[in-house]
Design a protein around this ligand. Sequence first.
Ligand SMILES: Cc1cc2nc3c(=O)[nH]c(=O)nc-3n(C[C@H](O)[C@H](O)[C@H](O)COP(=O)(O)OP(=O)(O)OC[C@H]3O[C@@H](n4cnc5c(N)ncnc54)[C@H](O)[C@@H]3O)c2cc1C
Length: 320
Amino acid sequence: MILIVAEHAIGKVSKSTWEMVTAARELAQGMGREVPITALVLGSNIAPIAAEIARAVDQVLVADLPALAQYDAELWSAAVAQVATEGEASVILIGGSRSGREYSPRVAVKLEAPLLEDVISLKTSGETLTAQHYIHLARVTETIETASPVTVVTIKPGVFNPATPRVEAAEQFDVDLKLPTPRLKVTGKTVERSSRVGLAEADIVVSGGRGVGSAEGFTQYVEALADQLGAAVGATRAIVDAGWRPYSEQVGQTGKTIQPKLYIAIGISGAVQHLSGMNKSKTIVAINRDAEAPIFKIADYGIVGDVPQLLPAILAELKK
Ligand SMILES: Cc1cc2nc3c(=O)[nH]c(=O)nc-3n(C[C@H](O)[C@H](O)[C@H](O)COP(=O)(O)OP(=O)(O)OC[C@H]3O[C@@H](n4cnc5c(N)ncnc54)[C@H](O)[C@@H]3O)c2cc1C
């Protein structure tokens, strides 16, 4: 079986889980035989999550325990390794989130399995699993092969198209886990208060580059437009390096890979490293004063003009 460890947050299945379903479906198809796709849901009070994910896979294994209310690398890796062993999983897909990147090596060690990290493409031919990922600060795309009976894979978020749920739901089973006693205790949690949606989950992203002029310009134009549209904000590496924006907002090869329905690029030249993080967006709108800027080659709509002139006019029009 192909085992997906479902990622979820605040009572909702994360987009990364739907992306892993697509990766699993492509993999199962390539295997040329009936390979069931199983989702493992870990957490506490997760019945709605399990029900949601049941509409995308062949079976769902649920471990709904108070002990799993908080993510813990030791518990997660023990649970995944146990389920993978008992279910004789051949491939284990884990989200390339911060936590996924933390516990996946532990799973690989427990299973004595190879670990393919931050994978952007995954194929199988016979017994061989072939994956691609970026290395050397994303300057190089590396292709790797493994022919192990079990392989652990982390999937780079935002690369695979999110799967669409079906109408019918797969069967759910409770799993009986033998968990170690937790050695870490979460004693507090501060949730960042932001009215904006997260970059990875957003349908609309408004991004800014050096062409917005300054950190103040970013707030004045990019954040203002994002707030009007209920969008997330993104940034180029140039302005993250300049300290105008946090790294968490960087879009591109060394930042986040996203595919929103609408991507608005303001004052962004369109360097390949930026494009690789957003070129799968459904509709791309670019605003740049240079008609020759590479971003216009992939944009569906382009406005050639000066940001300080155009943006106030666009914002005023939207306010109406
Ligand atoms: C290994 C490596 C990894 C990288 N990873 C990333 C990454 O993940 N993400 C990323 O974004 N970059 C990445 N880069 C950097 C990338 O190569 C570019 O340098 C960067 O994307 C450029 O950012 P920019 O478009 O903001 O700036 P610029 O390239 O300087 O473009 C600014 C644009 O704004 C326009 N402009 C200027 N003033 C105005 C105005 N008043 N009105 C309208 N338009 C205006 C200009 O015409 C220009 O097109 C990486 C580079 C390397 C080598």
